[in-house]
Design a protein. Structure first.
Lengths: 110, 118
C-alpha cells in the first residue's frame, strides 16, 4: 500500500524560508507523479497552491514555489508571513487514475 | 465564476446508504473530470474517487471501492456519490473538486458533512 509522507509539523520565523517535503514510503517522487500542494486553514476548504510539480495556481504569490528535491516533492515558502500559518497537503498521482494525499504538515509561523 | 456546491450529507446508521450531490456552475461541466475528496474530523485529506469528463472511466481508493459509486449527469451539471454499507470511519466532510486538466485539482467546493453513527 502506497503511503505518502509529510512532516507532521514545522515552524518558521516571520520573513524566513521553509521547505516542506512530500515523499513515498517506497521509491522516489518524480514529475510523473504530478505533485500538487494545497493550503488549508481551520474550517475552510483547501486552496490549491501548486500543481504539476511547480506550476502556481492563479493568484498564488510567487513566494510559494514547488520543485523536486532529491527523491521528494518540495514546497518552499520564502518570506513567510503570519497568514501562512496553515495545514499544507501534497497529493501524488499514482497512475491508473489513482491519487494519494500525504498526511499533511502543520506550519507554525512564530 | 466556478462554483461547486455539495449537498446530501447528514447522519446515517452504520450499514446505511447516502447519496451526495455536487452542483457545478460557471464552467463547462461536461469537459472536466471531477474528484471526491474527504476529510475525517481533525484528520487529513483523503482522495476517494474520480470520474472522467464523460463518465467513461471511474477510479476509487481502496477504502471505498465496492461500496461507493461515483456518477454524473452532464445534462444537469451534477456529480453524485452513492455511498453504501457505510462505516463509522466514513464519517468526514466530503468535497467535490474539479480536475482542471494538466493534473490540476483546481477548484474545491465547501464540503458536506457525513456522520455515520448509531
Amino acid at each position: 500500500q502506497t503511503v505518502v509522507t509529510q512532516e507532521p509539523s514545522f515552524s518558521v520565523s516571520p520573513g524566513g524560508t521553509v521547505t516542506l517535503t512530500c515523499g513515498l514510503s517506497s521509491g522516489s517522487v518524480s514529475t510523473s507523479n504530478y505533485p500538487s500542494w494545497f493550503q488549508q486553514t481551520p474550517g475552510q476548504a483547501p486552496r490549491t497552491l501548486i500543481y504539476s510539480t511547480n506550476t502556481r495556481s492563479s493568484g498564488v504569490p510567487d513566494r510559494f514555489s514547488g520543485s523536486i528535491l532529491g527523491s521528494k516533492a518540495a514546497l518552499t515558502i520564502t518570506g513567510a508571513q503570519a497568514d501562512d500559518e496553515s495545514d499544507y497537503y501534497c497529493v501524488l498521482f499514482m497512475g491508473s487514475g489513482i491519487w494519494v494525499f500525504g498526511g499533511g504538515t502543520k506550519l507554525t509561523v512564530l | 465564476q466556478v462554483q461547486l456546491v455539495e449537498s446530501g450529507g447528514g447522519v446515517v446508521q452504520p450499514g446505511g446508504s447516502l447519496r451526495l450531490s455536487c452542483a457545478a456552475s460557471g464552467f463547462t461541466f461536461s469537459r472536466h473530470g471531477i474528484h471526491w475528496v474527504r476529510q475525517a474530523p481533525g484528520k487529513g485529506l483523503e482522495w476517494a474517487a474520480l470520474i472522467r469528463y464523460d463518465g467513461s472511466n471511474k477510479y476509487y481508493a481502496d477504502s471505498v471501492r465496492g461500496r461507493f459509486a461515483i456518477s454524473r449527469d452532464n445534462s444537469r451539471n451534477t456529480l453524485y456519490l452513492q455511498m453504501n454499507s457505510l462505516r463509522p470511519e466514513d464519517t468526514a466532510v466530503y468535497y467535490c473538486v474539479r480536475d482542471g486538466g494538466d493534473y490540476n485539482l483546481d477548484y474545491w467546493g465547501q464540503g458536506t458533512l457525513v456522520t455515520v453513527s448509531s
